[in-house]
Design a protein around this ligand. Sequence first.
Ligand SMILES: Cc1cc2nc3c(=O)[nH]c(=O)nc-3n(C[C@H](O)[C@H](O)[C@H](O)COP(=O)(O)OP(=O)(O)OC[C@H]3O[C@@H](n4cnc5c(N)ncnc54)[C@H](O)[C@@H]3O)c2cc1C
Ligand SMILES: NC(=O)c1ccc[n+]([C@@H]2O[C@H](COP(=O)([O-])OP(=O)(O)OC[C@H]3O[C@@H](n4cnc5c(N)ncnc54)[C@H](O)[C@@H]3O)[C@@H](O)[C@H]2O)c1
Length: 457
Amino acid sequence: MSAPVEVDIVVLGLGAGGEHVAIKLAREGLEVVGVEKDLVGGECPFWGCTPSKLMIRGAHVLAEARHVDELAGRATVEPDLAPTARRIREANHDWSDDGHSLPLQEAGVRLVRGAGRLDGPGRVVVETTDGARVYVARRGVVLATGTEADAPPVPGLAGAPYWTNKEVVHATAAPARLGVLGGGPIGAELAQAFARFGSAVTLLEVGRRLLGPEEPEASEAVTAAFTREGIDVRAGVEVERVEHRAGEFRLSLPGGEVVVDELLVATGRRANLHGIGLETVGLDPDAGRVEVDEHLRAGDRLWAVGDVTGEGPFTHVAKYQAVGVVADVLGRGVRPADYRALTRVTFTDPEVGAVGLTEQQARDAGVDVRVGLADVPRSSRGWMHGPGNEGVVKVVADAERGVLVGGTVVAPYGGEVMGLLSTAIHAEVPVEVLRGMHFPFPTFQRAVETALRRLDL
Ligand SMILES: Cc1cc2nc3c(=O)[nH]c(=O)nc-3n(C[C@H](O)[C@H](O)[C@H](O)COP(=O)(O)OP(=O)(O)OC[C@H]3O[C@@H](n4cnc5c(N)ncnc54)[C@H](O)[C@@H]3O)c2cc1C
Ligand SMILES: NC(=O)c1ccc[n+]([C@@H]2O[C@H](COP(=O)([O-])OP(=O)(O)OC[C@H]3O[C@@H](n4cnc5c(N)ncnc54)[C@H](O)[C@@H]3O)[C@@H](O)[C@H]2O)c1
């Protein structure tokens, strides 16, 4: 092991959260070591947000083209994943991280490639190809190691050549038959994308509905759209066994079997915290997350950002928290982290944009709840949109305070439309003030106005 090297900050993991912290602190003149065992940039650009959204973009274009006969003439659509696969490969430079690692180093970060682990407060050991290196961080360590795909203990699954998000982004052609295990955001987004590229998709969700944590109305709208597009959605089913032989996956279900060519497992994520030395800094090594306070502090000279904090597994949360860590390390006017108006968007069609609490979460929190609903197909813009107009707007209000605490927009561009509810909840704008706003005709926003009007307040 080499002699310990003293620096100001060590950032362990250089994904969305860690990359931001490392670059900003180095630009402020701090001595920063950034440790990464895989690609600088992490999950989002290489195996997550970007490739999945590029697939979804191609898939949405196909869906729009399929409406031409009904709305605008005649079109023959021959789906081909190859151009999208090319865009994905170009976007992430063939899975090379120069586009991330070079700017990082230009900012002054010392990049150390290898697997790192905590070795007491302010100490990090990195296993590099040249042996172990030890760093002592005067100001502290920022833990930002993210998550990896988790797979359920279904007999026969381990060892079968199934896809996770790491493999699916390399697909260059849509399989004839695709099984998707898990109806969360990853499963739902990719099930629809592949269906639109021509795969016969079976989507298997163990819970009662797709997108379980979101409003039931959102699950209903998405399930209806999926079913109409020919996706075989099965919720409340548990796969009993998986067998892979002769190039096929055979999934045994109670009362039947599903046979597919490829199987995507999207049943949740596990934080990269195992073997990372949490016990050396007084934390529980078996915890599924690192608890942080409102300044992202997790212990003595220890901060954590991103998915490992369990505050919201989204790139925008990792970046939001990174801003907080930078301010706290530098001792600058720190804004305490606030998740009241946490936003999330599932990029299905219809898109599910949500912010704050669901109705059930608000009730569980003891809020005096009022709910307003509006059907998107019945709104002026929804009707004009025609095919593909499924959706609903739901607002959840706290009657006592006269403000919104949650909102969901399921609609074309639902994630964009939801933005106005996000502002309202973040700034606690009174519902009366919102009702007095101008809502341009004929935008999807007018369904939000209808939902606000229907609140019994
Ligand atoms: C398919 C998919 C689609 C997604 N789509 C969206 C989306 O549309 N919008 C959105 O907001 N979010 C999306 N997400 C979630 C988003 O990717 C994550 O929330 C985000 O990447 C979290 O950033 P992070 O910095 O916490 O972790 P990560 O991006 O996971 O980065 C952690 C880094 O730490 C490294 N690391 C781990 N252990 C060690 C170690 N011991 N030593 C050194 N390095 C280590 C890893 O190699 C990795 O590079 C998606 C995720 C997936 C999988
Ligand atoms: N648009 C976005 O922002 C976006 C997109 C993709 C992923 N992400 C984030 O990445 C994280 C991971 O996504 P995910 O969809 O893998 O996880 P998830 O935990 O959100 O959903 C997993 C789903 O799989 C189901 N499941 C679990 N075991 C199962 C089994 N044995 N059989 C069938 N279904 C099973 C669960 O009930 C759940 O519905 C999420 O938390 C998500 O927020 C975000």
